[in-house]
Design a protein around this ligand. Structure first.
Ligand code: C5P
Length: 308
């Protein structure tokens, strides 16, 4: 008897910003120990997987020319890792619809990998718990685990060890997208170069955790911080102008997102964010702006299409 082909599965997965990013010294394995606070915001990619006898990957959306549509894509690595774990052939077609800026420091590639893990484990009915998916996610990249969980979370290790942070308050952001991208390894290397033999300056995480718990955006604005910002600005000096322009436009504070070059501006309210976005878009310091809010949930199944 022929077994029925399961319907395609679509997963929606959010971008992240780092409300706090303290980078420790370079480790022997080429990574840095981090203490970070991840915050998932409402810019999303969609990952669809379907059983296919023509396996492969298709990518749609803004910036797709920079996204590899082959086995070097991290989302395809996720397919391979899950196929090995399930002892199956990776006989799937994957479609990525990009809403997260490419190479922007918002973990779009990691989000796609997380989405692929959840979508494929659902398609193949592997019945894996989120913690089991998280173990596979950690193998794939430092930010993949967080994309599964979403919300606001404390990340340690190289970023893959996640503890959720309770936050009942929604924060409003303006996201400024830059022309061009920055390579994450290059930004970390620039930070090491800038530090030379000086040890990292202490950046305590407690103030940002207290501000998240309290929910007052003005308090949170005072405690945003990212050690990679100096390195990103050193490589792309225009970012200084972007950061200043956001605050001049009425944001409470601005911070480079992850390794950049995307900048995230915290605003006092949803209305303020719309105003800041409109003003910032007119100044000409970035390619485009988006309004977003957070925290939002991590990877979620949005559709399991039934066959016609
Ligand atoms: O884990 P992921 O693939 O996102 O990391 C990309 C690169 O960023 C690493 O190869 C490394 O150069 C740098 N990185 C780091 N320390 C971390 C995370 C990333 O040095 N904690």
């Amino acid at each position: 008897m022929l077994s029925a082909v399961p319907p395609p599965v679509t997963v929606r997965v959010p971008a992240k910003i780092n409300l706090h990013l303290a980078v420790g010294p370079l480790r022997d394995d080429g990574f840095h120990d981090l203490v970070t606070v991840f915050h998932a915001v409402s810019l999303f990619d969609e990952v669809t997987v379907a059983v296919s006898d023509a396996p492969g990957i298709e990518v749609y959306g803004e910036g797709v020319s920079e996204v590899p549509a082959d086995e070097t894509n991290l989302a395809w690595r996720a397919v391979q890792v899950l196929a090995e774990r399930a002892d199956r052939d990776p006989d799937v077609r994957m479609v990525l619809r990009k809403g997260i800026p490419v190479a922007g420091g918002m973990a779009g590639g990691s989000a796609d990998a997380a989405g692929a893990l959840l979508a494929l484990s659902t398609l193949w009915k592997l019945d894996l718990h989120r913690d089991e998916l998280a173990e596979l996610a950690a193998e794939l990249g430092s930010d993949v685990t967080f994309a599964l969980y979403g919300g606001t979370a404390l990340g340690t290790g190289r970023g893959e060890r996640i503890v959720p942070v309770l936050s009942r308050h929604t924060q409003h952001w303006v996201i400024a997208l830059h022309r061009g991208g920055l390579s994450t390894p290059a930004v970390y290397a620039e930070l090491d170069r800038l530090r030379g033999s000086n040890p990292p300056v202490e950046r305590p995480v407690e103030p940002v955790l207290e501000a998240i718990a309290g929910g007052d955006p003005r308090q949170l604005a005072l405690s945003l911080g990212n050690d990679l910002q100096a390195a990103a600005v050193s490589m792309m000096p225009d970012l200084r102008r972007t950061l200043r322009a956001g605050v001049d436009a009425g944001a409470l504070a601005g911070v480079v997102s992850g390794s950049g070059p995307t900048c995230a501006f915290l605003c006092a309210s949803a209305e303020a964010a719309v105003d800041v976005a409109a003003e910032l878009a007119g100044v000409g310091v970035c390619r485009t702006v988006r309004v977003a809010h957070g925290p939002v949930p991590g990877a979620r199944i949005v559709e399991q299409h039934e066959p016609p």
